[in-house]
Design a protein. Structure first.
Lengths: 245, 356
């Protein structure tokens, strides 16, 4: 891969006494969706949080657009154009949907300061956002909260989206809506690093895949290759695609 | 439309709350005429001062999620600033302005220092640091008796317009003499309204939205690109400045200031209770909380005296309602109100409305 947008090389992260990431090597190419798969506790969320600067890597480098961002603080990383959608939605429950959106558009004082075309596009992707515009975000359903979390991340153009388990706990119908929204998002050449456990969800969206285990990336390659190779799925993920359809 | 602008779009959002706020406003406005006497006007003035103080505490606790015990220190700085200036420079408006300005600068410097050094640590440690600083400041105020009057405090004269001996006109108006005390009261009320509306503006500004986001989840706010330490520090400074102004108002009203009047830990507990009872993170909660608390604190004993006399025939009930047991009843009332309204009175009233 030439000139990846994001590149992690031998990243080690310690959280207290625990050595979570043990030499992560990962590349995310421009305009592609890379899916990070792996069982619970493999280090996927820690990888995203390390990229975002919540935990500094104790060794290795995190390079974004060629510059080392490993030692930067979270707000500085976000200001480089990286949006993060944390696990469990990460919305501000006490604020309205509108206020959540304004907050995500850092330069905006009012919603009128947000590009109306982009807002219209977001409403097209997630109609519920328009419907519940003035409602406190805490009153939304789980799926709507997840939509708001993603909508917030894309309220302004970002260079990279880090999305942590967007399908977690959602009903199948909502997951299908999410897949449709992500497909449309992909058409805008947005670069996405998506953490998922639901292989069926990941398979439909990912261009590339990286599988993590015990704090390391144990497999990286095109998603199509993994989706077609049931033996590889069994050995890497301990699952068969059929079981998750 | 004008009202919405005035309230920064943050209307009470509950009919009961609106009526309650209007009643409080009318009660405060009419106190000197409807309830003549020094005690009632004094309670009304204290309510105004505490509305500013409690709102400023809500800014830092309710909107930013910072637990600070140094709030009365800034309140005291304001009161001492005016007291010392009027004592040493004489009863002029220039002295008042100097006292207010010096107090604001001192509060700004101290809150900035505390904020920058301490807001990076965990909430509990920050609370402990502010407690230590506030205690040290109180000791300092007691020790520096040459400047602060020590434990005895300072009694001073205020500008002529605010002095009780000043009279706007000879004949009383509706049975109330238009003296300096009355002017002081309405001036105090006007300043309270302005300061409250300014604070309401702050919490409903983009800055206020970020504070609420930080309160909910600091990391999420950082992940959106907000430098939370900066926002928390600014919130801390703003809150300290408003508390200082409340202290200035207290000194002007009482024409006296001492450590127990503005710096005591008891006041800190009181404002904490007022915020909790009224409803944290609502601003309007400070009006309701301060009014209920101060009215209960000042009139519960009178009410109990009536009850005790009425229950004269039943010794157990008479003893239970004896006026000197007022603290027990006040405590019980607070426990019940916190149990009944965990989100405060305003929070409860608003949630009832959104559920309806």
């Amino acid at each position: 891969m030439t000139n990846p947008l994001l590149q992690l090389e031998g990243v080690h992260t310690h959280i207290g006494a625990y050595h979570i990431l043990q030499g992560v090597d990962l590349q995310v190419a421009h305009g592609e969706m890379t899916v990070l798969l792996g069982r619970n506790g493999a280090g996927k969320t820690t990888t995203l949080r390390t990229i975002m600067g919540l935990w500094s890597p104790s060794r290795g480098s995190v390079r974004f657009e060629g510059q080392d961002v490993g030692a930067r603080q979270t707000p500085d990383v976000a200001r480089l154009g990286i949006a993060y959608v944390p696990e469990n939605m990460g919305i501000f429950a006490d604020l309205t949907v509108r206020e959540n959106m304004i907050l995500a558009a850092r330069g905006a004082r009012r919603i009128e300061d947000v590009d109306p075309k982009r807002l219209g596009w977001i409403f097209g992707l997630f109609p519920a956002m328009k419907k519940f515009w003035q409602h406190p975000a805490g009153l939304l359903s789980g799926g709507q909260k997840q939509m708001l979390a993603v909508a917030r991340a894309i309220v302004e153009p970002r260079k990279l989206l880090l999305i942590d388990e967007p399908s977690k706990g959602l009903a199948p119908a909502i997951i299908q809506n999410m897949i449709a929204a992500f497909r449309e998002l992909k058409q805008t050449d947005t670069t996405i690093l998506l953490v998922e456990q639901n292989f069926n969800f990941a398979r439909q969206l990912g261009d590339r895949v990286a599988v993590m285990d015990n704090g390391r990336v144990v497999h990286a390659g095109p998603m199509a290759a993994l989706a077609e190779d049931e033996k590889l799925q069994q050995s890497l993920l301990g699952l068969s695609l059929g079981a998750h359809q | 439309m004008i009202l919405r602008t005035l309230f920064s779009g943050d209307m009470p959002r509950s009919r009961v709350l609106t009526v309650l706020l209007l009643l409080i406003l009318a009660g405060l406005l009419l106190t000197p005429f409807v309830f003549p006497g020094a005690k009632s006007t004094n309670v009304a003035a204290k309510i105004c001062i505490f509305i500013v103080l409690v709102s400023s505490f809500d800014l830092v606790l309710g909107y930013t999620g910072i637990v600070s015990f140094a709030h009365t220190m800034f309140f005291g700085i304001g009161a001492y600033g005016v007291a010392i200036a009027l004592t040493h420079l004489g009863p002029t408006w220039g002295a008042v302005a100097t006292g207010v300005a010096v107090a604001l600068v001192l509060s700004l410097a101290l809150s900035l220092l505390i904020g920058l050094f301490s807001l990076r640590v965990k909430a509990m440690f920050y609370a402990m640091i502010t407690l230590a600083v506030a205690t040290a400041f109180m000791t300092l105020a007691s020790q520096l008796s040459d400047i602060t009057g020590g434990e005895d405090g300072l009694s001073f004269k205020v500008p002529t317009l605010l002095q009780p001996s000043f009279s706007l006109r000879e004949a009383p108006f509706m049975g109330v003499s238009l003296d300096g005390k009355l002017i002081s009261f309405y001036l105090l009320m006007a300043v309270t309204i302005v300061l409250f509306l300014v604070m309401l503006r702050i919490v409903n500004s983009p800055f206020g939205r970020v504070l609420q986001a930080i309160r909910e989840n600091e990391f999420r706010a950082e992940a959106l690109g907000y430098r939370t330490v900066v926002y928390r520090t600014v919130s801390n400074v703003l809150s300290a400045l408003f508390a200082t102004l409340a202290g200035c108002l207290l000194a002007l009203w009482l024409r006296y200031n001492g450590p127990d009047t503005s710096l005591s830990f008891e006041i800190m507990i009181d404002i904490l209770l007022m915020v909790v009872i009224g409803g944290m993170g609502t601003m309007y909660g400070s009006i309701v909380g301060a009014t209920l608390f101060l009215v209960a604190q000042n009139y519960l004993q009178d009410l109990m005296k009536i009850g005790s006399t009425a229950a004269g025939g039943v010794p157990f009930l008479r003893n239970l309602l004896a006026p000197d047991r007022w603290l027990l009843w006040l405590g019980l009332l607070f426990i019940l109100s916190v149990y009944r309204f965990p989100t405060g009175i305003v929070g409860r009233l608003r949630s009832k409305r959104s559920a309806a």
